[in-house]
Every structure is written in structure tokens, then in C-alpha cells.
Design a protein around this ligand. Structure first.
Ligand code: ADP
Ligand code: MG
Length: 542
């Protein structure tokens, strides 16, 4: 767009309205930048104030990440010997629960520092402010490099992701938020790091002690709703050894909280005895995947198998709305089933979306599969959904409605779906989205014109993937690896820019692995260890 306007403006009129507009746009961009810089400066000052001991060790240079639960800064440290070192400082929001923070730290200290899992250098605390200092890994923006990665780089990326997942799964850590922004990739150095254990949970036999104390928000809700003091599974009793110092810290300030612990819930409940949240039963109202056209609507229920243990809802499935896309009053009065569901909707596994209470490390493998789907199709994000049922319907459009329903049965969920959609052939789908099938022009240097930033499947698009691929080219935002961008590798983009080699002969093994990662049934889904041994990686060594 801008390029063609540029040509028209070869000989601009002195007071061309176009030029005025560009100048205005330019200066407003500059203002915006200045405003942002001032904001970052202020945040840095505030951080020094909150944790003064930081100034003895670090020079904080920039803010490199901001999420709901933390802000991450780039700092340098002048250590006694050797050159200046770059450090990432993660400042957790002061309302994070102390056990949650301690568990995140323990994941980094026990499992981190090896096999592409981020490690930790120091941790600072003053009052309720905690800052985790980690080695800094300069990294790429996934979206910016997506369509310039060679096929070999994709193989290496996935191999290294599985290496990290194998490591954390061995420690009984379920990461729960595997996505590109939590898997840092430095293309030039071929370095990788899995970060952000802020949502991690433990398996029943986790080796991370503090993860035994952590439970999801949903589980807290369940405790709260049940008003029960009975704790099941691997959860600790109220009298469990909550680290004293941690437990004394205030966590009651703000409304944003990461999932915390039984201890906290029960204490809370003891205080006011109120329900923490209204039951979100309306969630089961059918959601439309497409806009106004008739599309898939889904409804998830516990099947008879699960109901006995998981819910105290009326036992009959044959209520007024069974097999319709309405929700009757019986269903509206059912107690909401709660299960861990933290993470990002587009990366959530079917068992997470359907609130299956028994979730395992397999949920991280599904998320890895969604990343692989993006890499093979050149589309990111692949799924974009604002709620779980829409996300589930989107999965059905790729994996098939019958297959999804069938798999859900194995983990005790009954899904009703208004329309049957077939499973898609993964190779054909990815090739179409990449513009490499015989019906679309062959891959050329024009590939970067693909709208890689358009989700392959969004709520605004029809559920038929064959309709989804017709996003017009020419909207790719291009290379943002600019000098001065602290999140980028300054030198490494151009040399890779046109490296498209390997894409015209993607082996069947790639799609076989993708199929095994996107296995709808968590019990048979491939593990990280098995993935590393998959023939797709036959010439790669650990
Ligand atoms: P959050 O819990 O807020 O998502 P993360 O730990 O995921 O926090 O960090 C947010 C962002 O900060 C990451 O996506 C990454 O861009 C950057 N970041 C985090 N840790 C590091 C690190 N060790 N080195 C470089 N950048 C990092
Ligand atoms: Mg993160």
C-alpha cells in the first residue's frame, strides 16, 4: 500500500494534502513514541523505588515485555570480573500470590538453566515486590520471521521446543502456556529458551515441591462453590508447610491475581464464606463460529461417566435442551464444572477447553502442535477465539466434529454439535494456507506478501477452512527487526529473508508428527520424549 502511494508521490505538490497527511502521521507517530518512552522511563524509576537494591547491581535500560502478571525489563549488570552482562528483570505484579511466585522461581531454579529452559540468576524482594533476574536472550518476534524461516529452521525450532518440554515434563511441570512468546528464539545464535512458569502446575508426582501447593483459579472456584474443606489429589491440607515468610505477605490489594493455593482459598472462605464468583453457566450457550451464516454451535456436557464424580448436576442427559442448540433451565441450574484452564485460548487443548479435570503434560504437547501448525501453514495466530467453545468449534473445523466428539468421550465429555464438519487433510490445508498447492500460484519471493498475521481461523471467518485461505496477500507488516528494537536480533534478518528452501518438498513425516501432536485424545497424544525420536528429526541428535 505505502509503496504504491510512494510512487504516486514522486513529484509531490508543495502543499499536497497527501504530504500533509504523511507529515501529520509522522509527527503523531513521533509523539506516540515520545509518550511511550516517557512511560517506560517512569516505570523504570518506579521499579528502582520499589526495589532499591536493584540500583546497586543493575542499570535498567528498557522495558521489553508487559503482560497481565508481570513487566520485563532489559538491564545490564557490571559484575566484578568480565564484561557487562545483559539481564532480563521480571517484575511480578505485587498481587501475585507468594506461593505462586515461589513456585515459578522453583521451576526456574530446579528445571531451568539446561535444555532450552530458562534459568535464573538472582531474585530480589522488597515487601510485595519481587524481581526475578534471568540471563537475557535477545529474540525474534515470531510473527515477523514466520514466513522467512527455512524448512530446516522450522525443524530445529520444533526439536528444541521438544527438548525443553521433555525437560520440564520430566520434573512433573505442566507449563500450561506454551506459545511463541514464551519460547524465545534467537535465530542468529540458534538459541532457544522456554520462559514463564507463571501458570505452571504440577503433575501428581511433580518434583517441584511448591507446585504441590499451587492450584488453578478454577479449582479455587470449585473449592469455594463446594464450600468444602476436603482436599483431594495432590493438594496440600490447610495445615501444610506454607513457607512462613511468603505467607505473611499481603496479597489482598488488587483484583488481578494469578491462580494461588488451597491454603489461601480456605483462609478466604473461612473469613467471609462467600462464593468467589458467579457460576458462568451461560458459557454453554451456543457460540457461533462464523458471523451471521449458520455455523457450528457447540455445547459441552459431562457425560454420564464423569458426572458421578465431577458434578452434582441432575443425572439425566435427556433434559429439555438435549441435542438442541438451546440451553434449558435444568442446564442453567447445573453447577458449573471447573477445571484448570489458564493459558491462551488458541493454544488450549480440547481437554482444557472442555474443562476436563484430569489434565496432564499432554496439554503442552497440543500447544506445541498449534505452534507447528503455524510454522507449516505460515499463519499466526492460527486459531483466534475469544472463548472456549468458539475455540473448540475452530478445532473441529480442522480435526473434524465427529472425531472431536469421539475423543471427548474418552475423557468423559459429551459434546453436542449442530453441524457435522469433516476433518481436513493437514498437508493440503497447510499448503493451501502457504499458497503452495496447485490451485494457487506457486511459492515465490512474493511469499512474504501473505497475510501471516491474519489468523487462519478467526471468529469472523467461516468455519470452512477452504474459505479461510483467501485472505488477500500484500498485508504482511514486514521486517520489524529494526536497529534499536531491543527485542530483535539486529543483524540476522536480511540474510534469511528469502530463505524458502525446503518448503516445496515437506516430507510426510512433518504432517505425521503434526497429526500426533494434534491428537484429540490426550491419552494417545505423542509425548515430548517420543516426539524427539520421531522420524521427522531422524538426523538430529540431542
Ligand atoms: P508474562 O508472565 O508477563 O507473560 P514472561 O516471562 O512471558 O512474562 O515474559 C514476557 C516477555 O518478556 C517475553 O515474551 C519475552 O519477550 C520477554 N522475556 C522474558 N524473559 C526473558 C529473558 N530471559 N530474556 C529476554 N527476554 C525475556
Ligand atoms: Mg509470557
Amino acid at each position: 500500500m505505502e509503496a504504491s502511494l510512494g510512487i504516486q508521490m514522486d513529484e509531490p505538490m508543495a502543499f499536497s494534502p497527501q504530504r500533509d497527511r504523511f507529515q501529520a502521521e509522522g509527527s503523531s507517530k513521533k509523539n506516540e513514541q515520545n509518550f511511550k518512552l516517557a512511560g517506560v522511563k517512569k516505570d523504570i524509576e518506579k521499579l528502582y523505588e520499589a526495589v532499591p537494591q536493584l540500583s546497586n547491581v543493575f542499570k535498567i535500560k528498557d522495558k521489553i515485555g508487559e503482560g497481565t502478571f508481570s513487566s520485563v525489563y532489559l538491564a545490564t549488570a557490571q559484575l566484578q570480573v568480565g564484561p557487562e552482562e545483559k539481564i532480563a528483570l521480571k517484575h511480578l505484579i505485587p498481587t501475585s500470590h507468594p506461593i505462586r511466585i515461589a513456585a515459578e522461581l522453583q521451576c526456574l531454579t530446579v528445571a531451568g538453566g539446561q535444555d532450552n529452559v530458562m534459568g535464573v540468576k538472582y531474585c530480589f524482594r522488597k515487601n510485595d515486590h519481587v524481581v526475578i533476574a534471568m540471563p537475557y536472550l535477545e529474540h525474534e518476534s515470531f510473527l515477523d520471521i514466520l514466513n522467512s524461516l527455512s524448512f530446516q529452521e522450522v525443524r530445529e525450532y520444533m526439536f528444541n521446543l521438544f527438548k525443553a518440554l521433555k525437560r520440564i515434563h520430566q520434573f512433573g511441570i505442566v507449563h500450561r502456556d506454551v506459545k511463541p512468546s514464551n519460547f524465545l528464539y534467537n535465530r542468529r545464535l540458534k538459541k532457544y529458551a522456554l520462559v514463564d512458569f507463571g501458570l505452571a502446575q504440577g503433575t501428581h508426582d511433580t518434583k517441584i515441591e511448591l507446585l504441590k501447593f499451587v492450584q488453578s483459579e478454577a479449582q479455587q472456584e470449585r473449592c469455594s462453590q463446594n464450600k468444602s474443606h476436603i482436599i483431594t489429589g495432590n493438594k496440600i491440607p490447610l495445615s501444610g508447610p506454607v513457607p512462613k515468610e511468603l505467607d505473611q505477605q499481603s496479597t489482598t490489594k488488587a483484583s488481578v491475581k494469578r491462580p494461588y493455593t488451597n491454603a489461601q482459598i480456605q483462609i478466604k472462605q473461612g473469613k467471609d464464606g462467600k462464593l468467589m464468583k458467579q457460576s458462568k453457566t451461560v458459557d454453554v450457550l451456543s457460540r457461533k463460529l462464523a458471523t451471521k451464516k449458520k455455523a457450528i454451535s457447540t455445547k459441552v456436557m459431562n457425560s454420564g461417566v464423569m458426572r458421578k464424580t465431577a458434578s452434582s448436576c441432575p443425572a439425566s442427559l435427556t433434559c429439555d435442551c438435549y441435542a438442541t442448540d438451546k440451553v434449558c433451565s435444568i442446564c442453567l441450574s447445573r453447577r458449573q464444572q471447573v477445571a484448570p484452564r489458564a493459558g491462551t485460548p488458541g493454544f488450549r487443548a480440547p481437554e482444557v477447553l472442555t474443562k476436563c479435570p484430569n489434565q496432564t503434560t499432554a496439554i503442552d504437547m497440543w500447544s506445541a502442535g498449534v505452534i507447528f501448525l503455524s510454522l507449516l501453514s505460515g499463519r499466526y495466530p492460527f486459531y483466534k477465539a475469544s472463548d472456549d467453545l468458539t475455540a473448540l468449534a475452530q478445532i473441529m473445523t480442522i480435526r473434524g466434529s465427529r472425531e472431536t466428539i469421539q475423543a471427548a468421550k474418552t475423557f468423559g465429555k459429551s459434546i453436542l454439535c449442530s453441524k457435522e464438519v469433516p476433518a481436513q487433510d493437514l498437508r493440503k490445508l497447510c499448503e493451501r494456507l502457504r499458497g503452495m498447492d496447485s490451485n494457487t500460484p506457486k511459492l515465490t519471493s512474493d511469499v512474504q506478501g501473505h497475510a501471516s498475521h491474519q489468523p487462519a481461523i478467526s471468529e469472523k471467518t467461516d468455519h470452512k477452512a477452504s474459505h479461510l485461505i483467501q485472505t488477500p496477500p500484500g498485508q504482511y507488516s514486514g521486517n520489524s527487526l529494526k536497529k534499536g528494537d531491543s527485542n530483535s536480533c539486529e543483524h540476522c534478518f536480511d540474510e534469511y529473508n528469502t530463505n524458502l528452501e525446503g518448503w516445496n518438498e515437506v516430507p510426510d513425516e512433518a504432517y505425521d508428527l503434526l497429526d500426533k501432536l494434534l491428537d484429540l485424545n490426550p491419552a494417545s497424544r505423542i509425548t515430548a520424549e517420543e516426539a524427539l525420536w520421531h522420524p521427522f528429526f531422524k538426523d538430529m541428535s540431542l
